[in-house]
Ligand binder design. Structure first.
Ligand code: SF4
Length: 369
């Protein structure tokens, strides 16, 4: 079995380590690119949300490298993600790709069905081995997300911002040549040391922007047109409301109760949205409230065109913007999104936030004098 999986931010790094540690042959899909998008768009229904198109592109590129099995998680609730693996299986077979998809679906009262699928994908039915490797993979996920976070925090204050991108780029390139958990963790550690050594300007006080919205668009840099990098270059410190490690903490390591962090978002969202609307619509609202309360300068919601849960959240965000006096920009992405227009909107938004910061500082000065 030659196994592959879609790109979803840093998730692939952890899954690669996990499967390799258990003795599987992993075929890594090339990082998402224009080619991935073109393939996905060509072989997917036009109106389906963008993540499925990119998934299909990833699979085809991995199949061309020899993959014969695809691993993906499932979902439940009112959102298309729950049907992804079924649609993807049909699409790939329809277009002549002889590949099998193994989906880790919620157990729905049949835990053995899920366990058998996990055992098949992991190449072992020894629960001890699976749990031990799963914990190590979670460690990779947390460390990789912390690395991304460190880069995002340092970029706006680094004396030479290009150094950050160079180190991050080298990291993602070198990941492809590592094997197993230990090598990956060592590479993360080395990269962290290099990032920490980058000189910063302690005088700079970057504005703070929270990224909210649909999880895939938040975590996959190709899909959000590297929004973190662009914002960093514009002088903004970015914090993402969702990361792959948050997802794993909530859905796997705190199962069946859910993580404290995600539940606190539901609580914060309650005055505006008290029910599940699918995807992370409720978390988008909760995160917006929490970021506003924490004094962030502005928020950016990103989601794929036709994403139902985020359309619901988008309709509520103007109320939060008014109640907390915090600017919120919404960006909708699909295969037609042009980089120039996207960047112009980000620049205008950051200019607005900087002006508001200046005005507030000036008012503060007047009050003190
Ligand atoms: S959350 Fe939105 S974009 Fe993601 S699968 Fe569901 S409908 Fe599609």
């Amino acid at each position: 079995m030659k196994i592959t999986f879609p790109h979803m931010g840093n998730t692939y790094i952890a899954v690669k380590g996990l499967l390799e540690d258990l003795g599987n042959e992993v075929v890594l899909a090339p990082r998402c690119s224009k080619k991935t998008l073109e393939l996905g768009t060509k072989y997917s229904p036009e109106s389906i949300c963008l993540p499925l198109k990119i998934n299909i592109g990833n699979y085809i590129e991995a199949i061309e490298k020899g993959a014969d099995t695809v691993l993906i998680t499932g979902s439940c609730g009112p959102c298309r993600f729950g049907f992804y693996h079924i649609m993807e299986q049909y699409l790939l077979n329809d277009f002549g790709y002889d590949v099998r998809i193994i989906a880790f679906d919620p157990p729905d009262g049949k835990p053995m069905v899920l366990f058998n699928r996990i055992a098949e994908a992991m190449n072992t039915s020894n629960p001890y081995k699976i749990i031990r490797s799963g914990k190590k993979a979670y460690e990779i996920l947390c460390e990789a997300d912390a690395l991304t976070d460190l880069a995002n925090k340092k970029r706006p204050i680094a004396i030479n911002r290009y150094e950050i991108d160079m180190i991050v780029e080298e990291f993602y390139r070198d990941i492809e040549y590592t094997h197993g958990v230990q090598e990956i963790l060592q590479l993360i550690k080395n990269t962290r040391v290099r990032l920490e050594e980058i000189a910063i300007d302690t005088e700079r006080k970057p504005i703070k922007v929270g990224i909210i919205g649909e999880i895939y668009t938040i975590i996959e840099p190709f899909v959000n047109l590297e929004v973190e990098k662009k914002l960093g270059y514009l002088g903004a410190e970015v914090e993402k409301s969702l990361t792959p490690s948050d997802w794993a903490r909530h859905h796997i390591f705190s199962f069946p109760f859910g993580s404290k962090e995600e539940k606190s978002k539901w609580e914060a969202a309650r005055p505006y949205l008290s029910t599940l609307v699918g995807g992370h619509g409720r978390e988008t609202i909760g995160s917006a409230v929490q970021y506003a309360q924490a004094g962030f300068d502005g928020l950016i919601q990103i989601f794929p065109l036709t994403c139902m849960p985020e359309i619901v959240a988008e309709s509520i965000l103007p109320t939060i913007q008014r109640d907390y006096d915090i600017p919120i920009l919404t960006l909708v992405v699909d295969e037609m999104t042009g980089e120039a227009g996207y960047l112009t909107r980000l620049e205008a938004f950051i200019d607005l936030l900087k002006k508001r910061r200046e005005d507030k500082n000036y008012e503060g000065m007047l009050l003190r004098s």
